[in-house]
Design a protein around this ligand. Structure first.
Ligand code: SF4
Length: 369
């Protein structure tokens, strides 16, 4: 099936010219992209349609003064493609293109410039990995790695598997939600995954999916997931909690259940990062925690596995919940290994959107966060 991509709001026949003109200031600030498959999931008569809100610009994105690179991504590029912060894991950014653009993307101003890692850069990546044998995990990301051609992906995965010290490869991919035809229409891609999964025992390839709303779980996306699983890849899901899209216990529970029924492990539920344009798309942290805990109550035990997580510049924090006037967290990943697993709490602040809004962080006592 030929899927058509749209890179300008003005290319969408479903949007009237006055709305397109009104959105000009947002389009001038942030990139836009969608495709004909994803558009087909939208009820265009409903301005509140959650799938529409996931990709359509909104004037509210201009209403905050958050940083465009709140996680200081730029600072950690060691060589082109490799982002190394600490410990035994790197991000390998292989393309800056996605099959559509999520409005809440924390890389929304750092991506979508159309670049792809080159063969020369991949050979430098290989040299870098061989010189850093402590790095055991590679997260292949972007952008959308699965938008690359099958031969490009094969070459990237083969290179990573040839480095003895690399034990885990995880591909961050929203393609099963945004365009399952990429999987359904390319038997060569499935064969490539099958071969890569068999190539090296113990070097399992994982796909970190990104189902955000039950409307994204269609017969086509289910079939794409089924075919990918049959190749031997492991499947995980990360779901960001987004105002107007899935910030509701019933909807979030449907995502957890829908993902689980496809045989995908619920891995993370994410709080949006403190990135330019995101304030209007997120909610106060303690409200998110309540929604997440209420959603977990509605699903079977083995579907409750996603941890509510905040991505930080040099680690990840899990939100445990609010009790007796305090909000509790666990540091689940950190540059400071000896602090990993640490439970800490702040005085409850129902108006706080981000950790930086809590007095304890403002006062500087948590510079390790
Ligand atoms: S798929 Fe991922 S990288 Fe692409 S726009 Fe969405 S959040 Fe960003």
């Amino acid at each position: 099936m030929k899927v058509q991509y749209f890179n300008k709001v003005g290319e969408l026949k479903q949007i009237d010219p006055a709305t397109i003109a009104a959105l000009d200031p947002v389009s001038a600030t942030f990139s836009f992209r969608t495709n004909s498959y994803y558009n087909s999931l939208i009820n265009w008569d409903d301005p509140e349609d959650p799938v529409r809100k996931l990709i359509m610009p909104d004037l509210q994105e201009l209403n905050d003064d958050l940083a465009s690179d709140s996680l200081n991504e730029i600072k950690y590029y060691d060589i082109p493609g490799i982002q190394y912060k600490y410990g035994d894991q790197i991000n390998l950014l292989v393309t800056s293109t996605c099959a559509a653009i999520c409005r809440y993307c924390f890389r929304k101003n750092l991506l979508h410039h159309g670049s792809t890692i080159t063969a020369t850069e991949m050979s430098k990546v290989r040299e870098w990995l061989e010189a850093h044998p402590d790095v055991k995990s590679v997260v292949v990301t972007g952008g959308e790695p699965l938008i690359l051609s099958t031969s490009q992906l094969n070459s990237i995965l083969t290179t990573l598997q040839e480095v003895e010290s690399v034990e885990h490869v995880r591909i961050s991919a929203k393609i099963c939600s945004f365009n399952p035809y990429r999987i359904l229409d390319d038997p060569g891609l499935l064969e490539m995954f099958r071969e890569r999964c068999q190539a090296r025992l113990g070097n399992t390839i994982w796909i970190g999916n990104h189902f955000s709303h039950p409307k994204e779980i269609t017969d086509l996306s289910r079939e794409a997931v089924r075919l990918l699983k049959a190749t031997g890849v492991g499947m995980l899901n990360n779901v960001p909690i987004v105002r107007g899209i899935n910030a509701d216990p019933d909807i979030l529970a449907s995502v957890f259940s829908g993902v689980y029924e496809m045989g995908i492990s619920n891995y993370y539920a994410c709080v949006l990062t403190e990135t330019e344009g995101n304030k209007a798309l997120t909610l106060p942290l303690e409200e998110i925690s309540r929604i997440y805990l209420a959603a977990r109550k509605k699903v079977p035990g083995s579907a409750k596995t996603a941890r509510l997580t905040i991505k930080r510049e040099r680690g990840n924090v899990s939100v445990l919940g609010v009790s007796e006037g305090r909000i509790y967290f666990e540091l689940i990943h950190s540059e400071y290994k000896d602090r990993e697993g640490k439970i800490f709490s702040f005085k409850s602040n129902p108006d706080a959107y981000f950790l930086e809004d809590y007095d304890e962080v403002k006062e500087g006592a948590y510079d390790w966060l």
